[in-house]
Every structure is written in structure tokens, then in C-alpha cells.
Design a protein around this ligand. Sequence first.
Ligand SMILES: Cc1cc2nc3c(=O)[nH]c(=O)nc-3n(C[C@H](O)[C@H](O)[C@H](O)COP(=O)(O)O)c2cc1C
Length: 375
Amino acid sequence: MTVTESAASRAAQVLSRPTSINGLTVPNRIVMAPMTRMFSPGGVPGEDVVSYYARRAAAGVGLIVTEGTYVGHESAGQSDRVPRFHGEEQLDGWAKVAEGVHAAGGTIVPQLWHIGMVRKQGQPPFADAPAVGPSGLRIGADEATGKAMTRRDLDDVIGAFAEAAADAERIGFDGVEIHGAHGYLVDQFLWEGTNRRTDAYGGDPVARTKFGAEIVAAVREKVSPDFPVIFRYSQWKQEAYDARIAETPEELDAILAPLAAAGVDAFHASTRRYWLPEFDGSDLNLAGWTKKLTGKPTITVGSVGLDGEFLGAFVGEGSEVKGIDDLLDRLEAEEFDFVAVGRALLQDPEWAAKVLQGRFGELAAYDAASLKTLS
Ligand SMILES: Cc1cc2nc3c(=O)[nH]c(=O)nc-3n(C[C@H](O)[C@H](O)[C@H](O)COP(=O)(O)O)c2cc1C
């Protein structure tokens, strides 16, 4: 399919409008989605990580959400190649990442992460720490194989997120994103499949949101009032694509309202295909519902630009064909405010520049080989 000039210039125009999140001006609507890369031995992001992010900022990505980075709790992660957001050397590395992105004209937030019951084996420095979660359950399991978190554990993890957010502000980041998606710790609380607690943190959707909301509130308390706090969440889980935390808009509202009240400035609604309607009776996607229910700036994501002919059609499994026009219509209608791009930005560091300049013919189709490099 060929790219018409008017479609290309419309894409450039709509995507290049600046907008803001709690006072932070983001120069355009393109967000780099958080993507774990495992290129940080010892948890320290090095010079190659600095240039990986700076290159994408220089090529016009408006807001970078970093790969998930472990908060300072012994059970937060399992890999010694995932960057940590605690420790002097690690934070020095991160400070250079923020500096590099700012020098290239971009904005950047770290994605703060605790993997909870996804933890299978431990690598240094916390090889012997247990896997922890709301009920000690892995996704799909009926019997606990990990530790159901005690009051002390909850407080420790909440404190670790708050500490990381304070560090993020201190070392020059523009905000933080809390990883509440994809079946990791915060999401394990949100989802009844992994949360069987009978205390105040389990039960109905509001109770299941209490842990996430307490993290947000603790973060909010430790950072300046104008430091943006983004919350990423999803229905789907890494090991259960069909899982849902909310079956209806009312249930979604019960989850999002306490998070917004605790101080979330923007939501990042993670879907695998952005064009799918979330609930019957409306075309709104998950980000659209999130914005409608909370009134907060919202980021959509999911299979944007994976097709080499971006202005052509995206063909999703079992779904109708959607072109870039559909995405632009939704942005213009303010269904959501930002579009996050994952794999297409791994494939092509220049992706944003090409799209913003209407150079669609230069976009290459996604190839999974790009997962293996940090170019
Ligand atoms: C290699 C890879 C690593 C990812 N790591 C994370 C992560 O650390 N945190 C997160 O919230 N999502 C993660 N995701 C999901 C992406 O942020 C994004 O939501 C997903 O890839 C869909 O967007 P895309 O279709 O544009 O790639 C990852 C995806 C990929 C491909």
C-alpha cells in the first residue's frame, strides 16, 4: 500500500502536538514503551544503555519509559542483568541515562518494578530471598509455592517503591511509572486469580487495589507535588493472556478511582492490540475507558507500527484491519493522549523521526532479531 502525502502530513501534525502530565511538557505524543533488555550486568546501566535511550530521544520520542527496573527489596527481581533502581553504582548509571536523554531533548521516567511470584530463581545479590505475593500463588497455580506477604512485607515493598521514586527525582528523572501490569506483584494483588487474601488487601476490586493505591500514596508523599506519577496496568497477564481484572466499566472504575485519588497523574493502559474495544457496547479501548473514567492523561499501546507499511494496514489476529488513520482519529477525538510504541522502536531507533517527518517508506517491518541487540 502506498502512503499518501496528506495521510503522512496528518500523522506528523497530530502526533507532534505537545501535551503535559502534571506540569511536565512532553514534546509530542510518542512514548517509548518499557522493555526489559537485560543488558545491565550487576544491575548497572552502562554507557551502551545511555546511548540506546539517548538515540531514541534524539530521534524524537517524546517520553521514554525505561525498561522495568527493580526496586530495593530483596525479592523484587531475579536477574542480575536487569537494571536495579537502588545502590550507588546503579543509580549513578541511571543518572547518566537521564542526563543523556535530556541532552538529546527527550523526557524520561523509570519503570519501577517488583516481579512478585513470577520470581523463580534468584541471582545475586539476593539469591536466597523467597518469592512473595499476595497469597504466595503463581499464575495458574492452586497451591502456594511462595510467601504470602505479611504486614511487614507490605510495608517494606511500599517503602521500596517510595524510596526509588525519591531517588528518581533526586537523580534527574522527569517522573516515575509504577509497573502495575502483566501479572507482576502489583497486578497479582489486582487480580483475583492470584489474590486470595481475606484481609483488607483481598476481596472486591477496591480491596484488591489497596496495595497499589498505598504504593502510589507513599510515592506521592516522597516526591514533589509536580513530579509526575504514571501507573501502568493491564487486563492480560504474561502467562494468562485472557485474564481480566475488570469485567465491566464499573469494576474498572472501582480499581482506577482509588489509584487516581492516591495521586496517579497519568495511566498507561497496556493492551496487546490497541484497536480492540474493551467492553461490549462501545468502541473505546482500555485507554479510552481509563480516560473517560478518570479524566487523567492516558497512554495507549499495543502493536502500533509493527507492519512495515505503517500507513497501510495493521492486520491483527482475528480482528478487522486498522490503519494509521484509525489511531489518529482516536487521538484527535481525545480517546487517549499518547501512543506508546514498543517493538517497532527496538527495530528502528529512528522510528519516531521517520513518522514525525512523514518518511513512512523508510520504516522497516519488525524482526524479532532486534530483541537480541541494544542498538
Ligand atoms: C522485549 C520486551 C520487553 C518488555 N518488557 C516490559 C517491561 O519491562 N515492562 C512492561 O510494562 N512491559 C514490557 N513489555 C511490554 C511492552 O511495553 C509493550 O506493552 C508491548 O511490547 C506491546 O507494545 P508493541 O506492540 O508496540 O511492542 C515488553 C515487551 C517486549 C517486546
